[in-house]
Design a protein around this ligand. Sequence first.
Ligand code: TUI
Length: 310
Amino acid sequence: MKTRVTDLLGIKYPIIQGGMAWVADYHLAAAVANAGGLGLIGAASAPPEVVREQIQETKKLTDKPFGVNVMLLNPNADDVAKIVVEEGVKVVTTGAGNPGKYMAMWKEAGVKVIPVVASVALAKMMERVGADAVVAEGMESGGHIGAATTMTLVPQVVDAVEIPVVAAGGIGDGRGFAAAMMLGAEAVQMGTRFTVAKEAITHANFKERVLKAKDIDSEITGASSGHPIRQIRNKMTREYLKMEKEGASFEELEYLTLGSLRKAVMDGDVVNGTVMAGQIAGLIKKEQTCEEMIQEIMKEAMELLHINEK
Ligand code: TUI
């Protein structure tokens, strides 16, 4: 399927893998790239030199385009922003902030820039400063979220900008993909589905928790501090929400969550750790390779979109 996004990125299928902290390392990025989508390394809060290594390892496993997600709350974001240029990375996505200050450097280096936005206002601003596309991410997503749903955000962003729009949040199969196209998107970004990919280094306990999740199993923590995070309900979210309700300070809440995503993804502690996943987790029932996932989604979506064309 060709869209402006497949042309822009030089990829076969309009599917972008989310740049998830800890989960999106070089194994997953290369597997998605080799399956014809856009794989991403999630720089998250990793030290800049670790990001450089991740880029170099990805290059060893694929000759297809891949990108890096720069998480803008990372205190090292300035260094990561430079490393992607030094390493000749072709595509950058950003999350959790406004990447305006890096745009000139990235554009000059010929990097394709696709900021993740959660509002029409930021989408318009990103277009003005030279973004090549935007990901409009609804609050069905796992991790750090905005306030609008995918169903409402995507068509409003599509109407507000000329550049291509990628839909994200709550998309996990061919039906979600087709629906996103109907809203005017020219690609989708999926995170939660890829957390259970065979190639993902996600701990087996994390994968099992996602595979067993039901429709209403996620909670939003951190709303009081301005950093709302969607994650699957467990002992950690219960304690966090109790403390948040009782007016705990930002520092106390930070202490509770410190290192907690790593605990869940890498150590498999899905009781005390943060199991970031989106609302679509309830739909995801099997571990597959990235190739199997992408083929299945595209087949289903093409059939559905063909029916709609009649
Ligand atoms: O970034 C994400 N998802 C993430 S980042 C992350 S790591 C983290 N850990 C602890 C606290 C915060 C983050 C886990 N998941 N998705 C992209 C995204 N960006 N969602 C929402 C936004 C967003 C929100 C507000 C982007 C910009 C924004 O406002 C920027 C501005 O200055 O107007």
